[in-house]
Design a protein. Structure first.
Ligand code: NDP
Length: 435
């Protein structure tokens, strides 16, 4: 804490890993030297830079840009870029640290990184977003590359922003390479990448339920957020026979007891992706639904909860409400959405609980598959990428079970994910010496 003052999110992420990994290290001599964990919590490199740009009124604006290159022991740094006013060093260090373990779990050769800016794309014109992305990339392009660091999207960074950043990288470096993932389909993007995190989260929940012979069929599901991850989680839940009855955004949530079927989901996508509206507007079109302003959806009675919005969006009280209302499964689509106290409630109740680093790894998995396709100069079919995604999510589930099962047969997915992620990175760091 003394070395990382004012970084509560980073400390929270490190503590969660340390609690699982330190007892494991104590029982495994090979990991007891060379300051492994101490080296892992120290980023290999962090760049912080000025991002000046001109708004539509001709005024100069300035934001702060970051790239945290956390760990490259098992592959090039890999992790998203977030544009949101809340972005700061603590949040990006927590995300880059989590990413290192998540990427290790995917079985693909990717190190951990994360970046972003406190720029808020909301309310900005398309041209302003383009100017910002170009200025951001003017500096970032010095630090990334297809074999060095391959960023992707995250909150506030979707296909549009990736397109603008890719265009600027190509211009600055005069090379067409897979330096970013989440690209458009006409210039190296992978099929399934937009769906991957939402689908993957549902696949992971499906694996957990299957251990007790259960499934999504006829289950009531509550999802937070209504962005990229939430939208495709809804699509997959519907496909598997479940019913999503609530979803949210940063201003409130909508409850629709009839469920967000395909037609309603299409409207949510139009509302959030094209009209850039709030979820409140949903009730204008579907008046039977209810909008609850300024609240989170966790009091809605459900069987399965999928937090897909942001960090620390589900606290102890929310967790208690979910458990008391009979929720049997929580799979995180977002990164670290549950506070430590909320996690403790789920773990004490012994319901299925998957931390984001395991359940939302589908996004980066498919990014890894996009990198492979770019290197091969090939494009794989929707079915092929979806099949690989399903297989890898199933493998991640197996790894969590391997390291997280206790003597009673109960699986602690937090412990399992952290230890499984740690082992591969630690082995690589030991083999590569103290560098
Ligand atoms: P989007 O920007 O597409 O959507 C984010 C959603 O969360 C929006 O509905 C937004 O509401 C809501 N939200 C954002 N901040 C807050 C807040 N402070 N309180 C309440 N709601 C909030 O992002 P993604 O769907 O891509 O990402 C969601 C989460 O999933 C993040 O934690 C991200 O790190 C994680 N993730 C994403 C991956 C991906 O492939 N996209 C991969 C792995 C993890 P509003 O519309 O009002 O802004």
């Amino acid at each position: 804490a003394k070395n990382n003052p004012n970084e509560p999110e980073f400390m929270q992420a490190v503590l969660e890993v340390a609690e699982a990994v330190i007892p494991f290290i104590e029982n495994n001599k090979k990991y007891q030297n060379k300051m492994l964990l101490e080296r892992m919590v120290e980023a290999e490199r962090i760049v912080i830079f000025r991002v000046p740009w001109i708004d539509d009124n001709g005024r100069t604006q300035v934001n702060r840009g970051y790239r945290v290159q956390m760990n490259s022991a098992i592959g090039p740094y890999k992790g998203g870029i977030r544009f949101h006013p809340s972005v700061n060093l603590s949040i990006l260090k927590f995300l880059a640290f989590e990413q290192t373990f998540k990427n290790s779990l995917t079985t693909l050769p990717m190190g951990g990184g994360k970046g972003g800016s406190n720029f808020d794309p909301k309310g900005k014109s398309d041209i302003e977003v383009m100017r910002f992305c170009q200025s951001f990339m003017n500096e970032l392009c010095r630090h990334i590359g297809p074999d060095t660091d391959v960023p992707a999207g995250d909150i506030g960074v979707g296909a549009r922003e990736i397109g603008y950043m890719f265009g600027q990288y190509k211009k600055m470096r005069n090379e067409f390479t897979g330096v970013l993932t989440g690209k458009g389909m006409s210039f190296g993007g992978s099929l399934i990448r937009p769906q991957a995190t939402g689908y993957g989260t549902v696949y992971f929940a499906q694996s957990m339920l299957a251990t007790k012979g259960d499934s999504f069929q006829d289950k009531l599901v509550v999802i937070s957020g209504s962005g990229n991850v939430a939208q495709y989680a809804i699509e997959k839940v519907n496909e598997l026979g479940g019913k999503v009855i609530a979803l949210s955004d940063s201003l409130g949530y909508v409850y629709d007891e009839d469920g967000f079927d395909t037609e309603k989901l299409e409207y949510v996508m139009e509302l959030k992706n094209e009209l850039k509206g709030t979820i409140k507007d949903y009730v204008a079109k579907y008046p039977k639904a209810k909008y609850i302003i300024g609240a989170r959806p966790w009091n809605v009675k459900c069987d399965i909860a999928l937090p897909c919005a942001t960090q620390n969006e589900l606290d102890e009280e929310d967790a208690r409400a979910l458990v008391e209302n009979g929720c049997i499964c929580v799979a995180e689509g977002a990164n670290m959405p549950s506070t430590p106290a909320a996690m403790a409630v789920f773990q004490k109740a012994k319901i299925f609980y998957a931390p984001g680093k395991a359940s939302n790894a589908g996004g980066v998995t498919t990014s890894g598959l996009e990198m492979s396709q770019n290197s091969l100069r090939l494009k794989w079919s929707f079915e092929k990428v979806d099949e690989r995604l399903k297989d890898i999510m199933a493998d991640i589930h197996i790894s969590c079970v391997k390291y997280g099962t206790d003597e009673t047969g109960h699986v602690d997915y937090v412990k399992g994910a952290n230890i499984a992620g740690f082992v591969k990175v630690a082995d690589a760091m030991l083999a590569q010496g103290v560098v």
